[in-house]
Design a protein around this ligand. Structure first.
Ligand code: NAP
Length: 341
């Protein structure tokens, strides 16, 4: 099979297009032929070792001290089951699936082996492979933070910082779905997109600092790391809570204590990458309550260009890479994705 590997950290040029043996599934594994994958913020961090200030050492411990431990990137995928191990009962050859290797990576390849009890669910027929691949990373993070960690309630006033990104665009849609009053923060070019996602109000961060507008929000979600606790606390009502999906080392370590001292809460940590949450967000997508936003769709041969686009830090939603799925149009799908809204 063909795959993209990297043996040192750096810019997209560290990626190599190589031929490797196709992996063989063990008794409890499935072999998936990948039809579409994405270049996510997780891939960007692991490839470039870009970590929040002060977390460089932790980044090396996670991804590999002197060189990358996992040579193939790719956190999410859609595809077709090619082969099943002797003990596999939940999947059959030919099943269309969505997989979320997440921090285990491995989806920037033509094939991947995953345990049948891993984060794999059947792909709803109505979903295109391109859209299906763009669900797991952003939507499971949004769901886990808003619902499981943040205990979002209907009627709450929620602000999403970074509302046009993969995680942010999912947060806006899910917070609306669960009955919140949603304010999205993005740059000028993304105002229409964030409105179309369902935000009740949009703040342009290039002209307005939401932290100076007074205490208005029950919940502030930072998906960027540009709203430190010391400023964000001013935007929270008494007992308000901040969900720190991306942020500084200082806030990650001391934020919860600082927030408690003010009678508020700061909730950080890592999103749970569970199959239960994956199943929920895929069902939400099938039911029309969530639409993964696709910025651009690249061919597998353009993987390095796809990484370079993500490196700008300004992608809209998700960057998809296709590997010849049955319904691959090869076109820029941004407008197509938006027509769903
Ligand atoms: N804690 C966890 O478990 C977890 C899980 C998943 C992801 N993450 C982290 O979450 C972060 C976001 O991931 P993602 O996939 O959503 O990334 P992304 O798609 O690249 O989104 C980043 C967004 O940030 C916006 N942005 C940039 N500067 C901004 C600013 N000053 N104010 C407001 N928005 C700004 C950009 O929009 P504009 O173009 O409009 O500027 C862009 O759309 C990453 O750091 C990732 O590592 C954490």
């Amino acid at each position: 099979m063909y795959a993209y590997t990297y043996t040192r950290y750096g810019n997209p040029d560290v990626l190599n297009h190589v031929e490797l043996p196709t992996p063989t599934p063990k008794a409890n594994d499935v072999l998936i032929r990948i039809c579409a994958t994405t270049v996510s913020a997780g891939d960007w961090r692991a490839r470039s070792l870009t970590m929040p200030a002060g977390l460089g050492l932790i980044g090396r411990l996670v991804f590999g001290i002197t060189r990358p431990r996992k040579p193939i990137l790719g956190t999410e995928l859609s595809g077709v089951i090619q082969e099943v191990g002797a003990n596999v009962t939940m999947f059959h050859r030919g099943d269309a699936v969505i997989g979320f290797p997440g921090a285990r990576f491995g989806a920037h390849a033509e094939y991947i082996v995953m345990p049948e009890t891993g984060k794999i669910v059947h792909k709803p027929d109505a979903l295109r492979f391109e859209d299906a691949a763009a669900i797991p990373f952003g939507a499971t993070t949004a769901y886990d933070f808003l619902v499981n960690k943040g205990k979002l309630s209907a009627g709450e006033r929620v602000l999403i910082n970074g509302a046009s990104g993969s995680v942010g665009s999912a947060c806006v849609q899910m917070a609306k779905h669960f009955g919140a009053d949603v304010t999205g923060v993005c740059s000028t070019t993304n105002i229409d997109l964030v409105r179309a996602l369902g935000a009740d109000r949009v703040i342009d961060y290039t002209t307005t600092d939401f932290t100076t507008q007074g205490p208005q929000y029950d919940m502030v979600v930072d998906t960027v790391g540009s709203a430190p606790w010391v400023r964000t606390q001013q935007a929270l009502v008494p007992q308000g809570r901040m969900l720190l999906i991306a942020g500084s080392t200082s806030d990650m370590i001391l934020g919860a204590l600082r927030a408690r001292l003010k009678g508020k809460r700061l909730i950080g940590g890592v999103a749970s990458e569970s199959v239960e949450v994956l199943r929920k967000v895929v069902q939400m997508t099938a039911d029309g309550h969530f639409h993964p936003i696709i910025d651009r769709c690249f061919d597998f041969s353009q993987m390095i260009a796809a990484h370079a686009h993500v490196d700008t830090g300004h992608k809209k939603g998700n960057v998809v890479v296709t590997l010849g799925s049955p319904n691959n149009t090869g076109k820029d799908l941004h407008s197509a994705a938006l027509t769903h809204l």
